[in-house]
Design a binder for this molecule. Structure first.
Ligand code: FE2
Length: 345
């Protein structure tokens, strides 16, 4: 299989941002023939930078899925092999899984790459976006209360400070650090009994994977002590959301999960509705969209919490305001602090 020149160049740039050096060990994890072109291009680019490449290709299990349902579960030989590398390129989706923790706890940094080429090329990471994301991270880490409001009626308050904060800027150059090539944003979690209020998922907001639909009428969530107690309205999308969550038969499915905001000026809100590549994307454009609020439900183990439910929904919200300890960070979807803003936006 020959390697596409544009893909090779793009992936080589990405590995340079990840500071891949001669003599380093780069592990590439794939399943079946899925993203085989990515595996081959990362292999060629890593070797071109002088790294030693290990390609771990495993059979995809029927019914396997992103995160806790991944195909690496119960395959200790593959896990051990990946532990003995310096950087793992995850082409299957290990996030929220104990297999990911087992690998990164041993020292390798890890980069998740799932999006189609058009998205990877457009959401090209840079040290400049890293600087802005790290400024956002510092602000969250120093705060104890996060509040989100919107013209549509959202008013929800998170007590924060007990769970980790995660920066995503699309590359990783520090031992044990995870990132995804999926735009720039920042997220943390509320204290497990410390989220109260109302979230209105407004018309035009997004329910991400596995639903991947724009909402046509407002869905109103009532939240008490960290749990959704009512999901009202929303027409078809409200019904889908209610059925999807009930299907897990798990009270923990209704917990509130991570919260944060997007900082990626190259993300496109309408991507899933307008791009021919939409069916290959997990909707990262909505997740990292500049000035969004990313609300989510379900597990919080990735942040150091105790909820390991397999029901997880990311729900990007547009035009919100966000406050940290009373200081306004977003105003109707506009990023206010100078250290986080893109010049001209
Ligand atoms: Fe999420």
């Amino acid at each position: 299989m020959s390697v596409d020149k544009d893909m090779f160049d793009l992936f080589r740039m990405e590995l340079e941002l990840c500071k891949v050096k001669p003599g380093e060990r780069v592990g590439i994890l794939s399943e079946d023939l899925i993203r085989r072109d990515y595996a081959m291009a990362f292999s060629a680019a890593a070797e071109d930078l002088g790294a030693h490449v290990l390609h771990v290709n495993i059979p995809k299990r029927p019914g396997s899925f992103f995160g806790p349902g991944n195909s690496l579960r119960g395959r200790p030989a593959a896990i051990e092999a990946l532990k003995n590398t310096d950087l793992v390129i995850d082409l299957i989706g290990l996030l929220w899984s104990k297999e990911q923790d087992q690998i990164t706890e041993g020292g390798p940094r890890m980069l998740l790459v799932l999006e189609p080429m058009s998205v990877l090329s457009r959401l090209r990471p840079s040290p400049e976006s890293r600087t802005r994301v790290e400024a956002a991270h510092r602000l969250i880490a120093g705060s104890r209360e996060l509040r989100v409001t919107s013209p549509g009626g959202t008013d929800v308050t998170y007590k924060i400070g007990k769970l980790r904060t995660v920066s995503q800027y699309g590359y990783t150059d520090e031992p044990g650090r995870w990132d995804a090539w999926a735009g720039s944003f920042v997220w943390t979690g509320g204290d497990e009994d410390g989220v109260d209020g109302t979230v209105v998922i407004d018309a035009g907001d997004l329910l991400l994977d596995p639903i991947l639909r724009y909402v046509s009428e407002p869905i109103v969530l009532t939240i008490r002590k960290g749990y959704i107690t009512e999901i009202a309205g929303g027409g078809a999308e409200g019904a889908i959301m209610r059925d999807f969550m009930a299907g897990f038969r798990d009270p923990k499915a209704y917990a509130v999960s991570h919260i944060g905001w997007g900082l990626d000026e190259n993300a496109r809100w309408t991507f899933l509705a307008t791009s021919p590549d939409a069916s290959q994307s997990l909707g990262v454009d909505g997740r990292c969209y500049y000035g969004n609020v990313l609300f989510s439900t379900g597990p919080n183990t990735e942040l150091g919490g105790t909820n390991n439910t397999e029901c997880h929904l990311d729900i990007p919200l547009k035009n919100c305001s966000l406050f940290l300890d009373g200081r306004q960070i977003l105003r109707d979807g506009e990023i206010l602090p100078a250290e986080m803003r893109v010049p001209g936006r």
